[in-house]
Write a protein that binds this ligand. Sequence first.
Ligand SMILES: NC(=O)c1ccc[n+]([C@@H]2O[C@H](COP(=O)([O-])OP(=O)(O)OC[C@H]3O[C@@H](n4cnc5c(N)ncnc54)[C@H](OP(=O)(O)O)[C@@H]3O)[C@@H](O)[C@H]2O)c1
Length: 275
Amino acid sequence: MITKNNIHLLFDFIKKQKKTKSLKISQKNNNFELSKFSYTDDIIINKDVIFNCKIDKSLKEICLIIIPLLFKHKKFFIAQLGQSLDGKIALFNGNSHYINSKKSILYLHSLRCICDGLLVGVNTIIKDNPFLTTRHIKGSSPVRMIIDPSLKLTNRLNIFKDGHKNIVFTQKVTNKKLKNTTIYQLPKKNFTRCLYKKIIELNFKYILVEGGATTISNFLEQDLLDIIQFIIAPIIIGSGIDSIKLKSISNLKYALRPKSSLYKLGDEMVASLEF
Ligand SMILES: NC(=O)c1ccc[n+]([C@@H]2O[C@H](COP(=O)([O-])OP(=O)(O)OC[C@H]3O[C@@H](n4cnc5c(N)ncnc54)[C@H](OP(=O)(O)O)[C@@H]3O)[C@@H](O)[C@H]2O)c1
């Protein structure tokens, strides 16, 4: 049975597969292996990938979204935005807990679990004071990376209290010390591209760009994302921070129209766009 306690092992197993067609995967205790036979067809990803194992109901929709991504990409920058139907990710006062349902939070933690790096902008850390760990399922937490051009972060924030590793990208020359943190100073010119290159140079392969709007929009504008996912709650907020802020365009032919897939996630929906 695939549960919150072993799903990370399934994701790791899939990451290691070179072949992505005609796969039948079975489970013995906590080990996953390739098998020749199909018995239960409990999860059918597509006609080529079949799992011969039972799965906890709450994780099935999550697997149907994540597994094809892991088969297709051996590395990626994936952005996620939890938003309302009218495209808001937080109120103007910064409140954003919670727009999405528990199931979507579980999905977000599954995304964290498949990633080795998690990138956010400094406003998200200061406004939300999050931990950004994989807590709702078993699995390792990605290294937290924070974009903080003028080094506003202080050791009082939660990310510096739990002993987990952080990386901060700044433009400021500094000798500031932040707990469990490596600080990289990067040039102001082409800053976003420099930090993208630095992350690759540091050998990270699966990066979750978790927000906020400014950070994700910068990556989108500079064509640095492989995938962007909108986790859409069926609520209308009416005013607040927009999920994406790009330069205005003069004609709809300039709108981004990447390949899209839509998935159900409980009462919510995931729109997954691949560039
Ligand atoms: N619903 C969700 O999925 C979700 C996820 C995450 C966050 N949020 C919400 O989003 C809000 C924060 O979003 P936000 O758009 O205000 O801020 P943000 O993206 O968290 O942080 C933006 C700041 O980070 C720095 N930064 C990020 N990318 C940069 C780049 N490429 N180049 C230079 N500097 C860069 C800048 O700092 P400086 O200003 O110091 O230069 C910028 O002002 C919070 O209220 C949070 O609750 C929602």
